[in-house]
Design a protein around this ligand. Structure first.
Ligand SMILES: *[C@@H]1O[C@H](CO)[C@@H](O)[C@H](O)[C@H]1NC(C)=O
Ligand SMILES: *[C@@H]1O[C@H](CO)[C@@H](O)[C@H](O)[C@H]1NC(C)=O
Ligand SMILES: *[C@@H]1O[C@H](CO)[C@@H](O)[C@H](O)[C@H]1NC(C)=O
Length: 971
């Protein structure tokens, strides 16, 4: 087991007990169940339940029977673990006294118990393990516990307060003690020095003060010592030298002053050192030469100057973080180091060939250093961050190879970013989307006006691709909630670098909302997110806590700052300085969270309000098709109402963000022979459609949107479409026989993917967000090459009109309408996702969802699919016309996607870009199994939600990459 032993003490211990227990169980198996514990222990359990507020222990069952409700078997390690593990388990030891069983362990975690630590625990003389992490317990550790022979005590993530009592020192049997994420204050009592069996001591994230008592030197068996985020004072003490077995030392933002004591070098069992944010005067690099087992070394913000000693590069380090110091000179690096963070130093290079590897397991961040520009590699990979790595910042005097930022087209006066979210328009202001997944060492030149640099990964948890964007966990009610539903996270340092600005004074507004930590009576509310913000490298917010500032969760707080732009650039940097909790509600919940950024020049506004409203109307009325081809927009100002050059077509075009071209009205008239009735090919719900012939021979379809003009608006609009030779998907699949097309499997794949990409574009990429509202097979057109085109935007809504969702009278087509929309008029993008799911089922099955077929034993296609899924006969859903001519793997994937998308609960549906990834096989499709009766029983609809939320969190974890961070088991 080697190295992992020390990280997993909690589990190893638990596992060990389990084995012992199962061993003894095997013996008694033949003699039926074990006897119950003695009466006084049962009585003690009654009292303990009352003190904890534990209401559901079933005293008519035997607590020693591990088939009873007293015991929850742990999930096998190979199944996906839920993000928040609830555990309610009591075990007995029946091997101590012949014929007798005694309560041996009590584990109650993630249950939000709101009582106090039970005094009556001391009435269980054989109790060895008490685990109460992630509850809502208050008070302090009872004096009665001092008489016990406890070995394993975990009280993390509660609201325990007061001093750490000196009588803890009496429990000399203790090997594991975790008080992490509580409110303990005062000094560590010297009596703790009596705990000579202690192996794991975790005091992270409390308010402990004073110096560490020298008596701690007696804890010679210590393997893990974690005291991050406290208010200790004085220099880091020298007591470490007796801890010869120490493997993990974690002191992030403990409050201490440097330097790092030289005695560290004698602790040669160390595998991990994390010392950060030391106060006081600086020092040179500490001596670590003898630490041959060191795998993870973090000496961040420790005020270390001078060179990095060469032996560091010989060490087998998996992670090296020396960021935010004053290190200078060369770094040779070590090819085997997976994570290397040398951010913000004065290092000069070189950038060797291997640093720039393509293998994404290796992440190297050299941002903010002093490397000579001539050393810049010819090209850079995504996992090497060279933002401001070169002397003179970005001013290389030439176009950089690695920092491929866009040239400035003009001076900009404002920039708005929806951090972590999609592009959106609010109050006439366009917020740029910022949805790149992010990474540990990442620089993204996203736009002309801004780019980001992201450094660091979340420790002690599996690294996932979703780490850098937070998603709201509850429905948000605030205004402009679109800015807050997703927000960008940073585990260490995140810079938004705004460029191409006109020099002058600016107002920077930072929009925050705590969307992860809760404010209810639950451990979910006990997390403390604390971080700093620098604007133009000036510390503007120190120890900022969003929830405290807003006085609630899910509530926005906007901080406004004045700043000056002198060299056309503005940097806004978010920094985690090691403070606050890191394990509540989940391990890895910490670091800056930013929802949106507004930067506005104080001197010149970019656009007038008037322009914006008009802009909104015009684009609000016109919607175009997919980014791929065509979609040409003809705009006719009939009476010049909108006035001369105020809104140029280029501006409209930019607003639409489409690769479109323009036709003049004259051209349209020519193409249709002055809209001659002979060229009329149809009459849609929203106007007539004409066929037209352009001079270059292209056939087009022109739709006159007559009824869209609202009262008082005099704008008339024409939509120009590519002429679709093959009519609609509906006709091709299930129209009259003569109109049906033979759609083979690859074509069906292509059509499905094409629609998904089109919707992803409308929802996520286009700077105007569009909910189509009426995705169905008749609105999906097929061109000559059977490429799918989304059409008929008669019902489309721009999301800018309101906020995250629109409450609107449901309009759409029965059979394709998402239930939340059809029933309550609750409209979000997820409504289109639902319709897409139905269309996908149609593509797969070749059947039309609108045809009732209750006589065949099912109500709709989803119903049929779920019935077949339950019966394990999903393949029967595939269109029989295909015979065996289809790719089974792709078909299964497509079915799973269809079922996921057409899920009744909007939260469970993926967003369209995820769908594209799933269809292309880049990400796995989370499988969900539902009872088909959902479609016949509306009352059950709501009950699904919880289950689906779990699926969502599972989805978050199932995309995990290799587990390169050491897991810190929850204690
Ligand atoms: C408690 O356990 C008994 C015996 O197994 C069972 O009959 C009873 O329903 C349980 N009570 C509750 C509230 O679950
Ligand atoms: C702890 O141990 C000391 C010395 O053995 C004893 O005097 C004291 O009463 C004990 N404290 C408690 C709370 O039991
Ligand atoms: C911790 O110490 C700092 C000064 O070092 C002080 O500003 C802060 O209020 C203290 N926090 C608590 C909770 O005592």
């Amino acid at each position: 087991m080697g190295r992992s032993t020390c990280f997993q003490t909690g589990h190893i211990f638990g596992f060990f007990l389990l084995l012992v227990f199962m061993g003894s169980n095997n013996k008694v198996e033949s003699q039926a169940e074990p006897p119950p514990p003695p009466k006084d222990e049962i009585q003690a359990l009654h009292e303990i339940a009352a003190e904890l507020g534990k209401k559901d222990w079933n005293f008519s069952e035997n607590p020693c029977n591990n088939k009873s409700s007293w015991y929850t078997p742990p999930l096998p390690p190979n199944v996906p673990q839920p993000t928040v593990v609830k555990n309610s388990s009591v075990t007995c030891n029946c091997s101590l006294n012949a014929g007798q069983c005694h309560i041996y362990t009590i584990r109650l975690s993630g249950l939000d118990l709101s009582g106090v630590l039970p005094r009556s625990l001391s009435k269980l003389p054989y109790l060895k393990e008490i685990v109460l992490f992630r509850n809502f317990l208050s008070g302090t550790i009872p004096r009665e516990w001092a008489t016990m022979k406890l070995e394993f005590v975990s009280l993390s993530s509660n609201r325990l307060s007061g001093p750490v009592p000196s009588y803890l020192g009496n429990i000399t049997t203790l090997t594991v003690l975790s008080l992490e994420d509580n409110l303990f204050s005062g000094t560590i009592p010297p009596e703790m020095g009596k705990l000579v069996n202690m192996e794991t001591l975790i005091l992270n994230a409390n308010y402990l003060t004073g110096q560490l008592p020298p008596a701690l030197a007696n804890l010679v068996r210590l393997k893990q010592f974690r005291i991050s985020s406290n208010n200790f004072t004085g220099k880091l003490p020298n007591i470490f030298q007796s801890w010869k077995q120490l493997q993990i030392l974690e002191i992030q933002a403990g409050g201490f002053e440097g330097p790092i004591p030289s005695t560290l070098s004698v602790m040669n069992s160390l595998v991990e050192i994390r010392i950060t944010d030391l106060h006081g005067e600086g020092s040179r690099f500490p001596n670590l030469q003898n630490l041959k087992n060191l795998s993870r070394l973090v000496l961040r913000s420790c005020n270390i100057s001078g060179p990095i000693p060469p032996y560091i590069w010989e060490m087998p380090l998996q992670t090296l973080d020396l960021s935010f110091n004053k290190l200078e000179g060369n770094f040779s690096g070590n090819e085997k180091t997976l994570f290397m963070f040398l951010t913000s130093n004065l290092l000069t290079g070189p950038i060797t060939e291997w640093i720039n590897t393509r293998d994404s397991h290796y992440q190297r961040d050299l941002s903010y250093n002093n490397i000579s520009a001539s050393l810049e590699p010819a090209s850079c990979t995504e996992h090497l961050n060279l933002f401001k790595s070169f002397s003179g910042g970005n001013n290389l005097g030439r176009q950089s190879n690695c920092l491929k930022n866009f040239p400035c087209s003009k001076d900009w006066y404002s920039v708005h970013i929806n951090c972590g979210g999609g592009s959106t328009t609010i109050g006439g202001i366009n917020y740029d989307g910022d949805e790149d997944l992010g990474g540990p060492a990442k620089y993204f030149p996203l736009k002309e006006t801004w780019e980001t640099s992201s450094t660091g990964y979340f420790w002690d948890t599996s690294i996932t691709s979703k780490d850098y964007i937070a998603q709201n966990v509850s429905f948000l009610k605030m205004n402009n909630s679109e800015l807050y539903t997703r927000a960008r996270l940073s585990p260490l340092s995140l810079t938004y670098y705004i460029r191409c600005l006109a020099n002058g004074s600016y107002t920077v507004k930072l929009h925050f909302a705590e969307i992860v930590i809760r404010d209810n009576s639950s451990f979910q509310s006990l997390g403390r997110r604390v971080f700093n913000v620098y604007i133009q490298e000036k510390l503007e917010l120190k120890d900022f806590n969003i929830k405290n500032a807003a006085k609630a969760a899910d509530k926005e707080v906007i901080r406004s700052f004045k700043t000056v732009v002198r060299d056309k650039t503005l940097s806004i940097r978010f920094h985690w300085a090691g403070k606050g909790t890191t394990a509540t509600p989940k391990r890895g919940t910490y670091g800056p969270l930013i929802s949106a950024i507004s930067v506005e020049s104080d001197s010149k506004p970019l656009v007038s309000k008037e322009w914006n409203t008009k802009m909104k109307f015009v684009v609000g009325a016109v919607v175009s098709v997919m980014c791929l081809i065509v979609l040409i927009l003809g705009i006719l100002w009939r009476r010049g109402y909108l006035g001369g050059g105020k809104m140029s077509r280029e501006q409209v075009l930019r607003g639409l963000d489409l690769q479109a071209g323009f036709f003049t009205f004259k051209q349209m008239k020519a193409a249709t022979n002055n809209f001659h009735p002979a060229n009329k090919i149809g009459e849609g719900g929203f106007g007539s459609v004409y066929k037209g012939l352009l001079l270059d021979g292209t056939i087009i379809a022109i739709k006159q949107l007559s009824t869209l003009s609202r009262q008082g608006d005099r704008t008339n609009l024409l939509l120009v479409y590519e002429y679709m030779e093959n009519n609609s998907l509906a006709r091709a699949l299930s129209g009259p026989n003569e109109s049906q097309l033979k759609l083979d499997w690859p074509t069906r794949q292509k059509i499905c993917l094409g629609i998904a990409k089109g919707l992803a574009f409308l929802h996520e990429e286009s700077s105007l967000k569009i909910v189509h509202r009426d995705i169905k097979a008749t609105n999906l057109l097929l061109d000559r090459d059977l490429n799918a085109k989304i059409s008929d935007f008669g019902l489309a809504k721009f999301v800018e009109e309101e906020n995250t969702h629109m409450s609107t009278e449901a309009a759409g087509t029965i059979g394709y309408m998402a239930p939340e929309y059809a029933l309550w008029g609750y409209l979000t993008y997820k409504a289109d996702v639902y319709s897409f799911g139905i269309v996908t089922l149609e593509i797969l099955s070749g059947k039309n969802n609108l045809k009732r077929r209750s006589e065949e034993g099912y109500v709709c296609l989803q119903d049929l699919a779920l019935v077949l899924q339950q019966a394990g006969r999903l393949m029967e859903l595939v269109d029989s016309r295909l015979g065996t001519e289809f790719n089974e793997e792709e078909a299964i994937r497509m079915m799973k996607v269809a079922l996921l998308c057409s899920n009744p609960a909007p939260a469970a549906r993926p967003i369209m870009s995820e769908v594209v990834n799933m269809l292309e096989g880049r990400t796995p499709v989370p499988e969900i199994t539902m009872d088909p009766s959902i479609f016949r029983d509306e009352e059950r609809f709501g009950a699904l939600r919880e289950q689906l939320n779990q699926i969502q969190s599972h989805r978050m974890t199932s995309s995990q990459s290799s587990d390169s961070a050491a897991m810190l088991q929850d204690l």
